[in-house]
Design a protein around this ligand. Sequence first.
Ligand SMILES: *[C@@H]1O[C@H](CO)[C@@H](O)[C@H](O)[C@H]1NC(C)=O
Ligand SMILES: *[C@@H]1O[C@H](CO)[C@@H](O)[C@H](O)[C@H]1NC(C)=O
Ligand SMILES: *[C@@H]1O[C@H](CO)[C@@H](O)[C@H](O)[C@H]1NC(C)=O
Ligand SMILES: *[C@@H]1O[C@H](CO)[C@@H](O)[C@H](O)[C@H]1NC(C)=O
Length: 422
Amino acid sequence: MEVTNCVVVLYLLLLVLPENHVGTSKLTPATRPLSYALPEARELKMALGYAEEIYLNFTELTTKNGYQTEEHKITTDDGYILKCFRILPKCTGNLKRYPILLMHGILDTSDVWILAGEKLGLGYILASNCYDVWAVNSRGNRYSRKHITLDPDKDIAFWNYSFDEIGMFDVPAAIDYILKVTNRPRVFYAGHSQGTTDFFAMASLRPEYNQKVQLSLQLAPVAWMTNIYSPILRALAQNVDFLKEVLDAVGLVELLAMHQLEHLVLEVLCQAAPEPTCGAALALSTGYEQGTIDSKVLSISFGHLLSGSSSKSLAHYGQLILSRKFKRFDEGKDGNLKRYKQTQPPEYNVSNITSPVVLISGKNDWLSSLKDVATLSSKLPNLVENYVVPEPKWSHHNHIWDVRSLKYVVPKILDYLEQYNT
Ligand SMILES: *[C@@H]1O[C@H](CO)[C@@H](O)[C@H](O)[C@H]1NC(C)=O
Ligand SMILES: *[C@@H]1O[C@H](CO)[C@@H](O)[C@H](O)[C@H]1NC(C)=O
Ligand SMILES: *[C@@H]1O[C@H](CO)[C@@H](O)[C@H](O)[C@H]1NC(C)=O
Ligand SMILES: *[C@@H]1O[C@H](CO)[C@@H](O)[C@H](O)[C@H]1NC(C)=O
């Protein structure tokens, strides 16, 4: 391990070690309720002058903006209970033919699609263009921290998942549920970041689901990660096995959740001074060019970002970076033999993705590099377009939070949806 890597890793361990530990005696019932109450400490946040949008949840935000929302619970085949928000169409024309499923990125939630406000939030834009909008929350985030038998606070097994399981179970369950409720033959799908990886995993592993997707729009697509630029994530990836071992040993299997320290610190800093704190955090991890997202949207976003993930999800991405392949989780030799009947994890076969795909990426996205997107696009059998936003400093979150997305991204999305609304 190089010295610089060592410093980064130790620093991060110091940050996360004081957190809640699942399945070990370190988690005390006395400390848990306090930390769990903090994200909901609304009186305090009001007194501190927080913008309301920082702490309002999905339904409260849509209600405030005059959109009607339903809450749905979807149970997956392996027992996770997912919360899904449906924004009802708010328009005068005819309802579009297919409902649209929105899938958020890692450490994120359904809120990502609306927190930029009524003019810019894709969830609102779609609803006002007569789409029936379903914003799903994948397992483990603040809205979907539930299972029919497992307790996320006590059972390590709850956190034994990555985007592989989200693709195998969560997305198919959501598609089937939506089709059943709406009585339609197919859905449109839009994913951001890990929401795209979830889709690529599903459509490769369970290709029969391609027939249930009319068109997918993949914003900041992540599959191959050979050319990821972020130096911090590279350093973490170099040490992914060591890190996962340490975290597993102490029961730290839920990371960066809303009730954990990192969220609270960033939320406070971002409220006080969005650009130098949260802007810098985004810049370091995603290549974000400071000043390109309105500072109010930036500070609101960090009330919703860092909503929890399994350490295995992050480790799986680390493995993609190291192996330079888009493959299933490496459980170690014995684990692989048990799970895949071979010593190495198999690659996702993206040739199986027969449904039409639009890729939308940016030139300055440190997580989703153009080279890696090109690798993916060259292998997709039904690629509609590999669209690169023509702005040099466009990064991971500009697609959804930059006001210029109304010029570069939203018209693209609406045009393609209209074209496939047949
Ligand atoms: C949103 O917040 C309101 C008010 O605190 C609460 O009643 C509701 O259950 C919350 N909804 C979700 C999905 O968390
Ligand atoms: C986690 O799940 C995988 C896949 O189902 C399984 O192969 C593995 O043994 C599980 N790991 C643990 C620690 O339970
Ligand atoms: C999908 O890919 C796997 C390899 O990962 C392959 O075994 C399977 O046959 C493919 N399915 C279809 C329908 O082509
Ligand atoms: C991947 O899927 C394609 C199309 O279904 C199939 O022709 C090919 O054999 C598969 N490759 C592997 C390695 O399974």
